[in-house]
Design a protein around this ligand. Sequence first.
Ligand SMILES: NC(=O)c1ccc[n+]([C@@H]2O[C@H](COP(=O)([O-])OP(=O)(O)OC[C@H]3O[C@@H](n4cnc5c(N)ncnc54)[C@H](O)[C@@H]3O)[C@@H](O)[C@H]2O)c1
Length: 388
Amino acid sequence: MSERGPNPAGSRKRPIKPLALDVRVPAQPLDYSVLIGRGVIERVGEEIRQRHGGAATVALVSDSNVAPLHGAAVRAALERSGLQVAPMTVPAGEASKSAAALLELTEQLLRAGIGRRDVVVALGGGVIGDLAGLAAALYMRGIPVVQCPTSLLAQVDASVGGKVAIDLPGAKNLLGVFHFPSVVLVDPDLLATLPEREFCAGLAEMLKHGALFSPEHFREVVEAADAIHARDFDTIARLLATSVGLKAACVGRDPWEQAEAGKGRVLLNLGHTLGHAIEVASSYQLVHGEAVALGMRAAARVAIGRGLAAPELEATIVAALARLRLPTDLDVWLTGDLGDAVERLLAHDKKRSGGQVSYVVIARLGEPSVISLHFRELMALARQGTTA
Ligand SMILES: NC(=O)c1ccc[n+]([C@@H]2O[C@H](COP(=O)([O-])OP(=O)(O)OC[C@H]3O[C@@H](n4cnc5c(N)ncnc54)[C@H](O)[C@@H]3O)[C@@H](O)[C@H]2O)c1
């Protein structure tokens, strides 16, 4: 990580504060930077100019919530660098990660005359990052994408690592590729307009990075809860830099997700196995980060049940989730009809592996590992301690 000073050319409209961290993400030979800092979005045009001298037009892809809030400022920043802008807006929400939306977007790229040397800018949450990233990967066999994440989840997680995908009916993220961004601009000030629930959901992924790789980061996030909820963007920028650094180091060790089981990107699935089943069982009434929060509590229970972690781990996770205003009531999702639904979903997910699950646990904060167990044992261990 290196610190960069303010950039005078980018400070015409809004002063860029000195905190702009450059986290290099190794992805040989496609290493890229994640620039993190308040106001960093102002220099999107310059960053494109530096990397893609031949670019004339930028396809500015956003969603129907984000475009009216931030589209004009980003467009102006691009135009200041002499780039033409073709704005493209898709309906907000996961439904836009569809084959139909992907095709429509690539046709819009064609109609806008986007060429091989032009650039796609993805301005939005994880949905836009994934959809626009995949469109860029496929269009003309691949043109550059610049990720400008606007949700906390996308800033701390989805925009870093190069995975882009759409959903197939009943199969999330199934149609995708790796398409590394040429640069990622993480501007915490964009979070000012993010709804509270989405904001908290992103905190779950931040906490996850601490739980996996850094007890200090975990504690720092919890201790900063009041400042975070007050949207103190200096504090948030600092925490984002650490959290992105942790994710970048993980994906940098395993850019193509091929590392030995238990070593690479698979660790980032902490809380996701059961979390995903809970998210689906809730009919998406829980947002992804909320389900991951419950999944992390379940992972603590499983680790304790297997004798891998001390009994205090669950309480540590629960206290952290509560401070961050994330749900902690796991039992309701493991018992009764909901519990049956979660178990059925897990069974369906693991059908191809004979019911075996590769499951990420932590022995203590900062000490992840992957265990293999049957989904029935997983459910039994997660249910330990439930009262029903
Ligand atoms: N590629 C990856 O590595 C990766 C990793 C994690 C998640 N994902 C994907 O990311 C998606 C979830 O991302 P998400 O939670 O950002 O969802 P999202 O893109 O749907 O954004 C959540 C909501 O917040 C709104 N929003 C975003 N930024 C805003 C802002 N600044 N102001 C106001 N509203 C704003 C959006 O319009 C949307 O309604 C899922 O599709 C998931 O599969 C991808």
